[in-house]
Design a protein around this ligand. Structure first.
Ligand code: NAD
Length: 357
C-alpha cells in the first residue's frame, strides 16, 4: 500500500484524488498541497485527508511514499525534483516538462536517488492503443508506410483565461501540441518508432492574449522511412474525437479516441487484391477493446488514469520502470519541441539534434 501526497489542487489534482480512491488496498491519499490554502483545503475536505498550503510542507512529511505532481507544466521539474530529493517516488502529469534542460534535471534526480519516476501519458493504457502497438510489433500491419494523427479540439477563450499559466510560454510551454496534442503525438511515436525529422507550421487563429499556438500542422519522417502528418488545434469548434490512423503494406488501423474504429490486416499467404479491399474486411467490431465507460466528473475518461496509477504502484513495489517512464515521456517532449523549432525556423528539425542546421 503506497501512501500518496498530491501537489497542485486544481483540475487534474482532483482527478488524481478520485483515481487514488479507485485503488483501495494499493494506494491511499494522505495529504494534498496547493499554492495557498483554498483549493487544497477544499480538496482535502472532499477526500478526508490532510492539507498543506505549500509543497515544501507536504514534502517534509515522513509518512508519504509517493507524490503526484499536478502543478502547471513548467513547474514539473522543480516540484518533481524537490519531491525526489525528499525521498518520495514521483508521478508527474504530462507533459514531462516544457524544456529539455529541466526535463533532464528531473531524469537525473530520479537516477541519482534511485526512486521511481512515472509520467501520466495515460492513453498508452487504452486497450485499443495497446492492441495496435502489439499488432505493429508482431508485424501484423507489415512494413509501416504512413500515419495521420489528428487532435481537432475546441478550447474557448474562457479556458485560456481560467488560469494565469494557461497559454503562457513559460508555464504551458506551448498550446495545441504541447498541452492537448501531446497524448496522440506520444501514441504516434510509440507505435511508429523513433521520429527522425519534423517540418511544421504553427498559428494562433481563434484566441487572443496567449503566447502559444492554437493550430499546428506537421510532417514527420520516422526511422525506417515512414511518413506521418499531424494536425493539432484547439480552434476547431465544437471539437472532434482524437484520431490516429496507421498504415502498412499488410494492414491499416484507425484509433478514434479510445476505440479501434478500423482494423484490417492481410492474412498470411494471402497476396491480397491488387487494388486493395477499401472499405471491406474491417475487423474492428470483433476486437473486444473498449474501456468501460467510466467518467471522472471533469469529463475525462477515468479508466486510463486508474490503470496508469496501478502500474505506477506495481512498478514501485517491483522495482521496475513504469510503462510510461521519464525516459519514454522525454521522447514525446523532444518531438514536440522539434516541431516548434521547425515552425520557428522554417526548416526541418531532428528531435535528437534540435539545434543542428
Ligand atoms: N493527463 C491529462 O489528461 C491531463 C489533463 C489535464 C491537465 N493535465 C496536466 O496537469 C497539470 C495541471 O493542469 P490543471 O488543468 O490541473 O491546472 P490547474 O490550473 O487547474 O491546477 C494547477 C494547480 O497547481 C497549483 N500550483 C501552482 N504552483 C504550485 C506550487 N508550486 N505548489 C503547489 N501547487 C501549485 C495552482 O494553484 C493550481 O491550483 C498540467 O501540467 C497539465 O498539462 C493533464
Amino acid at each position: 500500500m503506497l501512501r500518496f501526497g498530491i501537489i497542485g489542487a486544481g483540475v487534474i489534482g482532483g482527478v488524481h484524488a478520485r483515481t487514488l480512491a479507485r485503488l483501495p488496498g494499493r494506494a491511499a491519499l494522505v495529504a494534498v498541497a496547493g499554492h495557498g490554502p483554498d483549493r487544497a483545503r477544499a480538496l482535502a475536505a472532499e477526500h478526508g485527508c490532510d492539507w498543506h498550503a505549500t509543497a515544501r510542507e507536504l514534502l517534509a512529511r515522513p509518512d508519504l511514499d509517493a507524490v503526484c505532481v499536478c502543478v502547471p507544466s513548467g513547474l514539473h521539474a522543480e516540484v518533481g525534483e524537490a519531491a525526489l530529493r525528499a525521498g518520495k517516488h514521483v508521478l508527474v502529469e504530462k507533459p514531462l516538462e516544457v524544456g529539455l534542460e529541466a526535463a533532464d534535471r528531473l531524469l537525473a534526480a530520479a537516477r541519482s536517488t534511485g526512486l521511481t519516476l512515472g509520467v501520466v501519458l495515460q492513453h498508452r493504457f487504452d486497450p485499443a492503443a495497446r492492441f495496435l502497438y502489439d499488432s505493429v510489433r508482431a508485424g501484423a500491419l507489415g512494413g509501416l508506410t504512413s500515419a495521420h494523427a489528428e487532435v481537432a479540439w475546441w478550447r474557448s477563450q474562457g479556458y485560456y483565461d481560467s488560469g494565469q499559466w494557461r497559454g503562457t510560454g513559460r508555464l504551458d510551454g506551448g498550446g495545441a501540441v504541447m498541452n492537448q496534442g501531446v497524448h496522440t503525438l506520444d501514441l504516434l511515436q510509440w507505435v511508429m518508432g523513433e521520429a527522425v525529422e519534423v517540418t511544421a507550421h504553427t498559428a494562433l487563429l481563434a484566441h487572443r492574449g496567449i503566447d502559444v499556438e492554437d493550430t499546428a500542422a506537421a510532417v514527420i519522417r520516422f526511422d525506417g522511412g515512414a511518413l506521418a502528418t499531424v494536425l493539432a488545434t484547439t480552434a476547431a469548434y465544437p471539437g472532434r474525437t482524437a484520431r490516429l490512423a496507421v498504415h502498412g503494406d499488410r494492414g491499416s488501423a484507425v484509433l478514434d479516441d479510445d476505440r479501434m474504429a478500423w482494423f484490417h490486416t492481410r492474412a498470411d499467404g494471402d497476396s491480397g487484391d491488387p487494388y486493395g479491399a477499401y472499405g471491406a474486411g474491417d475487423r474492428s467490431a470483433d476486437l473486444p477493446l473498449r474501456y468501460e465507460d467510466l467518467r471522472d466528473p471533469t469529463g475525462l475518461p477515468a479508466a486510463p488514469h486508474r490503470d496508469l496509477l496501478a502500474d505506477f504502484c506495481e512498478a514501485v513495489e517491483e522495482g521496475r520502470p513504469p510503462l510510461v517512464s521519464g525516459e519514454e515521456a522525454r521522447r514525446s517532449l523532444a518531438l514536440t519541441l522539434a516541431l516548434y523549432a521547425s515552425a520557428r525556423t522554417g526548416r526541418p528539425v531532428r528531435p535528437d539534434r534540435p539545434g543542428a542546421p
